[in-house]
Design a binder for this molecule. Structure first.
Ligand SMILES: Cc1cc2nc3c(=O)[nH]c(=O)nc-3n(C[C@H](O)[C@H](O)[C@H](O)COP(=O)(O)OP(=O)(O)OC[C@H]3O[C@@H](n4cnc5c(N)ncnc54)[C@H](O)[C@@H]3O)c2cc1C
Length: 389
């Protein structure tokens, strides 16, 4: 293992690998990523990884737009495609129609390709859709879903080919400070001396912060998903869908399957990232099945073939903290993915690399995501509430 590095990143999920790649793309060579398991061992590996651009705050819209551009150019840069550009539909109840139309104006102003479509057009695109209770529908032709393992491994491989080191099964154990600034990261194989550490530890980010006396405003919640076989006699369900009406989402999965989850707002189930059940409960399967078959009655007889529970790392306003720590020199924070940050991870990596190398992010102004917003009362608000940031 190397003894020194210019930057050490803790965490090999979507965020850590994206930062690693973008640092090397900016010319840094002596960069190290430590991952306590394998790549995508945390939230990223469990993610539905739905890609939609319908955010309701400007910084997230700008981040997702830039991320889409990176996903679209992935084959040119990394030699592999990770975006499944199947399109994304958003089903909205009538009571949220005004907010929806207001938000569509903002999205279009910021250059997002999106349109409000009629219920008839939605029913045609989503065969068997029960239109009851749907007020409006948006369609984004460029969105869909992404392969998280494909993305993270491509970022890591490209960074390694530029000289970065990726150590798997290598937990960071501690961060050593000297005169209030970062000096080294401790591992079981020894210390790596470094002036810069990035906390990208996902659900373990709070624990990493505690090593240097930070109390990051993060909670960890347990989130379940299931995969259902689409009955052979119904037309294929080709698109990603977020269904605000029944609070559910789904997207195509390989081999004629559908990945399905339950949306927010709902009660948060707090979890300990080192001790939580990865199974799905019977109640969850019944609940998700009820929601799905209400909206797609032909799915009533769908067989659920697998399911899992993963973790969200939630900030008080459900948006990430992207920042240089004001308390510990040399420590950078890319924490609090809050259930929707996979899709913005490419741009987050780019912006964090700019923050570290240039002193400020220039691609997108990420200052609204500084940690101080929680003490200065400048938290981001969401048009629709919950985690629909
Ligand atoms: C069920 C579910 C569905 C989701 N659906 C979507 C979606 O549809 N669209 C979307 O955009 N987002 C979605 N998300 C959210 C998204 O997946 C996360 O926001 C994103 O993956 C967070 O990435 P991360 O790199 O911050 O965290 P993680 O992927 O958790 O990565 C952190 C990594 O750090 C490692 N680590 C921790 N501590 C240490 C240590 N001490 N030393 C070394 N390594 C360490 C962990 O092993 C882990 O691999 C979903 C999440 C879940 C759980």
């Amino acid at each position: 293992m190397v003894k020194t590095a210019d930057v050490v990143i803790i965490g090999g999920g979507a965020i850590g690998t994206s930062i690693l790649y973008h640092l090397t793309a900016k010319g840094m060579r002596n960069v190290v990523l430590l991952e306590k398991g394998l790549l995508c061992a945390g939230s990223t590996g469990d993610s539905a990884a739905i890609m939609r651009q319908h955010y309701s705050n400007e910084v997230s819209i700008r981040l997702v737009k830039k991320s889409l551009e990176i996903f679209q150019h992935f084959p040119d840069v990394f030699g592999t495609a990770v975006l499944h550009n199947v399109g994304w539909y958003f089903l909205v109840p009538p009571e949220a129609a005004d907010l929806f139309h207001e938000n569509m104006v903002q999205l279009k102003r910021l250059g997002v390709r999106t349109s409000a479509v009629s219920l008839e057009d939605a029913a045609e695109a989503l065969p068997g859709l029960n239109l009851e209770g749907i007020g409006c529908v948006a369609f984004e032709p460029e969105s869909g879903y992404v392969d998280p393992h494909g993305m993270a491994s491509a970022f890591a491989a490209k960074a390694k080919s530029s000289g970065a080191e990726v150590y798997l099964q290598t937990p960071a154990r501690d961060i050593k400070l000297s005169n209030g600034r970062v000096a080294a990261v401790v591992t079981d194989q020894g210390e790596i001396r470094t002036p810069v550490v990035v906390n990208a530890a996902g659900p373990w980010a709070k624990a990493v912060g505690q090593w240097v006396g930070l109390d990051l405003p993060l909670e960890v919640t347990r989130e379940s998903e299931v995969v259902a076989r689409i009955p052979a006699d119904i037309p294929p369900l080709r698109h990603s869908v977020s269904n605000m009406v029944d609070r559910s989402y789904w997207r195509p999965e390989r081999h004629g399957m559908l990945l399905v989850g339950v949306g927010h707002p709902k009660e948060n189930e707090l979890a300990d990232p080192d001790h939580y059940s990865r199974d799905v409960s019977r109640d969850f399967v019944e609940d998700v099945s009820r929601r799905l078959s209400h909206r797609l009655p032909a799915m009533e007889d769908a067989v659920f073939v697998k399911g899992w529970s993963g973790l969200y790392t939630v900030t008080p306003d459900w948006n990430m903290i992207l920042d240089k720590s004001p308390d510990v020199d040399g420590l950078y924070l890319a924490v609090g993915g809050s259930g929707h940050s996979f899709k913005i991870s490419p741009a987050i990596g780019l912006c964090m690399a700019e923050l570290i190398v240039d002193g400020a992010a220039s691609t997108v102004d990420i200052t609204p995501l500084e940690g101080a917003r929680f003490t200065e009362n400048t938290q981001l608000s969401s048009t629709y509430g919950g985690n629909r940031a």
